[in-house]
Design a protein around this ligand. Structure first.
Ligand SMILES: [Zn+2]
Length: 280
């Protein structure tokens, strides 16, 4: 009887963790260098959303091509799209919007010798046609600037609303809420939590508050219950999880992917190894 009552399956992140944290910083400015060091010191992961080089024309300490290459090459973080020239994608013909993204993607991929498929919308600007165009260009997710103040996983990855911006008043409160939450203690709402923070590193210079992000990093780092991952890593994991194949009664599960996957059923965590089949 017990088994019949608890059919629900809930995704767990690598090693069975119920929480993931990711960060997303825009514009490729020189203050990113300090932020990159902080990320690596505390083991944080995120995406740096870069435009094509503006060669010092931009505001907020835009880096030269050589400086940027030195900062982001081998930085251990995700490099993501932010448009060639940081334009409003919904305010130009679709062909121009497509060039804005494709030129950016080609530039970043050739410069950093990596496949670049994550993105943050410049000015948070998009519409349905832009989203459809991004899907055709192979963009896997695109972050907006609209806060959810929640920890739900994205439903529409091309309209990925973050939890909050680091300057919002609720930032500290949300951090505390995320750290103290325990999905494993819930009954049927055992879904995993994603804390998605975004901003611009120059804001820490402008506001003279690097301590805000340093305090945050110290508080959230080195925890066994959190998966520290980039947006692209989280997307890849969720898509692999969605590809799990179940028997008709839901008791046998096959993982056809190349990624080890974890899930929670009846309060027990199962690991479904890459290519493996497990009886739940
Ligand atoms: Zn921007």
């Amino acid at each position: 009887m017990f088994k019949q009552m608890y059919k629900e399956k809930f995704m767990r992140f690598p090693e069975g963790r119920a929480k993931a944290l990711t960060l997303s910083y825009d514009d490729g400015v020189s203050a990113d260098k300090r932020l990159l060091k902080l990320f690596s010191r505390y083991g944080l992961k995120g995406a740096f959303n870069l435009n094509n080089p503006l060669y010092g024309e931009g505001k907020h300490g835009t880096m030269s091509e050589a400086e940027a290459l030195n900062a982001y090459k081998d930085c251990g973080q995700e490099i993501a799209l932010h448009g060639d020239k940081h334009i409003f994608l919904s305010k130009v013909p679709l062909s121009e919007a497509a060039s804005e993204i494709l030129d950016n993607r080609n530039y970043l991929e050739r410069t950093y010798n990596k496949i670049v498929r994550g993105m943050a919308y410049a000015y948070g600007d998009f519409n349905q046609k832009v989203k459809d165009m991004l899907a055709a260009l192979g963009v896997i997710y695109a972050r907006t600037t609209k806060s959810t103040h929640g920890f739900e996983l994205p439903v529409d990855w091309l309209e990925l609303n973050p939890t909050c911006h680091h300057t919002e008043e609720v930032f500290e409160e949300l951090t505390e809420k995320f750290l103290s939450a325990d999905p494993n203690a819930e009954f049927k709402k055992r879904g995993p939590l994603l804390y998605y923070v975004w901003g611009h590193s120059y804001e820490f210079d402008d506001n003279g508050n690097w301590n805000a992000i340093e305090d945050f990093a110290e508080r959230v780092s080195n925890r066994n219950d959190i998966w520290y991952a980039t947006g692209a890593e989280i997307y890849g994991y969720v898509k692999a999880y969605e590809g799990l194949v179940y028997s008709a009664d839901g008791e046998l599960v096959y993982n056809p992917s190349h990624t080890d996957l974890w899930l929670d059923v009846r309060g027990r965590t199962y690991k479904i190894g890459a290519g493996g089949t497990v009886k739940l």
